[in-house]
Write a protein that binds this ligand. Structure first.
Ligand SMILES: [Zn+2]
Length: 67
């Protein structure tokens, strides 16, 4: 059980560990990336729209490259 569980908002997938990924101190780079992925997945801020835009922008660019 996450030691910070009383604060709420634990990541359900990792909440059985000493710290869930949301509350883990000194995250490694990989853990930090996982944290942000889960965090944005859960709270769905505007970032997601930006990511989608970026994706279509990249598709456009790769299409242009094909021509
Ligand atoms: Zn937690």
């Amino acid at each position: 059980m996450c030691r910070m569980a009383h604060f709420g908002n634990c990541d359900p997938e990792t909440a059985d560990q000493e710290y869930c990924i949301f509350h883990k101190p000194n995250k490694s780079e990989e853990e930090a990336r996982e944290f942000y992925r889960k965090f944005f997945e859960r709270f769905k801020p505007r970032i997601e729209e930006i990511e989608v835009e970026d994706e279509s922008e990249q598709k456009k660019k790769s299409k242009e490259a094909c021509f």
